[in-house]
Design a protein. Structure first.
Length: 409
């Protein structure tokens, strides 16, 4: 097993492609980004941009106006405005933009062992680290790295599915009523907050499954450090939002974790099973477009089989399609009562830092969801047990006293 100092240098080496690198020789800006990622936007400059031959395509691609100029006229990225959607990275043909990384602080925390560090794995994980890497083997790999344990965020997607289903049943009473979801996509939520804020009353005040997982782990283990892992750069910005910054300490992408496994010479496919599957089909399908509305529809039907107004969903994925769907809604095209938006094509399985192709990820999610012993959170005894441990003994308590699962827009 390599020392952590060697792991640091391996990560730096992967960043630059150099065969040998010393920390003191590293670019100060990039070293600061590695050591203190929380001080920088989710997107950083891989190389400083002096002149652009493509008329600042990066800036034009950003719907959140995160690109600005400093006092010297240099282009900078406002860390308060950048949400990490990755559109600018795709738009930059000169490849001068890159994703910020949280690897070094996480490795430091794991090494120092001052706090128990828990990995919170996104539902899109299956197949990302190898065809034979099950949830049990992935948990074993994180423990081999030094994490205390691994938690499936899909369990908390289950809990939020139940919450949204109960709210739908209580609030959608006419053909003109509707909800805007999904809480799991920070790009979608940021669009509504920043551009279409007049529609915020139609957004249930639920946290994302990532935030729910972080908060619950810290409630049950007050000294824990939580690290979310998924295919999404925007989760890095979400984790820093002021009203929910208490939940997740760091965010790693699948690609960052694969770099860590490679540097530590850990091959999850070769490890034994550390099996603890607690999620239902509903929570697992959050990883692909249509999953949230499908999960809520099934749960609403179980809650109230005689309900006259069923969940009628419309979905959009990709920023352009999401904007078009909202514009149609604003013009009065209310042909549904449940609008689900995903910032990435295909949903989370199409995230910018996935390892495998989107279609393959979607197929893996569908296979994993069909293997689930339980279909909805109402059938999942682990959800009911967890709610009891959190102090929710009745439906009324769950809806009225669930500050742990709510946020303020």
């Amino acid at each position: 097993m390599k020392t952590f100092h060697q792991l640091y240098l391996d990560i730096l080496r992967q960043e630059t492609g150099k065969g040998r690198i010393l920390e003191e020789d590293y670019d100060p800006y990039h070293l600061n980004c590695l050591l203190h990622p929380e001080k920088h936007a989710p997107v950083i400059f891989a190389e400083q941009c002096e002149q652009c031959a493509y008329e600042r395509a990066c800036e034009k691609s950003c719907i959140f106006d995160a690109f600005e100029q400093d006092e010297n006229g240099r282009v900078v990225i406002n860390s308060e405005k950048c949400i990490g959607c990755g559109a600018c990275i795709d738009a930059c043909r000169l490849e001068k933009l890159a994703a910020n990384k949280d690897v070094v602080p996480v490795l430091t925390a794991v090494r120092e062992k001052k706090r128990e560090v828990y990995a919170l794995i996104a539902p899109a994980f299956l197949g990302q680290f190898g065809e034979k890497v099950t949830v049990g083997r992935l948990r074993a790999a994180f423990k081999a790295m030094g994490f205390k344990g691994m938690v499936e965020v899909a369990v908390f997607a289950d809990i939020l599915t139940l919450k949204e289903a109960l709210e739908f049943d209580a609030n959608i009473q006419s053909e003109q009523d509707f909800q805007l979801t999904s809480c799991c996509c920070p790009v979608w939520i940021a669009m509504i907050k920043g551009i279409y804020h007049e529609l915020l009353p139609h957004v249930p005040g639920a946290v994302s499954p990532m935030v729910a997982a972080g908060r619950v782990v810290k409630k049950l283990h007050p000294d824990a450090m939580t690290v979310f892992i998924g295919p999404c750069m925007a989760k890095k910005a979400e984790a820093r939002e002021h009203d929910i910054a208490d939940a997740v300490d760091y965010v790693l992408t699948f690609q960052e974790v694969q770099d860590m496994f490679d540097a530590a010479e850990i091959n999850p496919e070769e490890l034994g099973e550390d099996e603890k599957e607690h999620s239902s089909r509903a929570g697992r399908i959050y990883a692909r477009t249509g999953g949230v509305s499908e999960a809520v529809r099934a749960t609403v039907k179980q809650l109230n089989p005689e309900r006259s107004i069923e969940v009628k969903a419309k979905q959009a994925d990709g920023i352009k399609a999401c904007k078009e769907m909202i514009e149609r809604l604003k013009e009065g095209d209310i042909a549904a009562n449940f609008f689900e938006g995903m910032g990435c094509n295909g949903g989370c399985v199409g995230g910018p830092k996935r390892i495998i192709p989107m279609e393959e990820g979607k197929e893996n999610v569908n296979i994993y969801s069909e293997r689930a012993e339980y279909k909805t959170p109402l059938e999942n005894p682990f959800v009911l047990e967890l709610l009891e441990r959190l102090g929710f003994h009745t439906v009324e308590e769950f809806l009225e006293k669930s500050e742990l699962l709510e946020r303020t827009f």
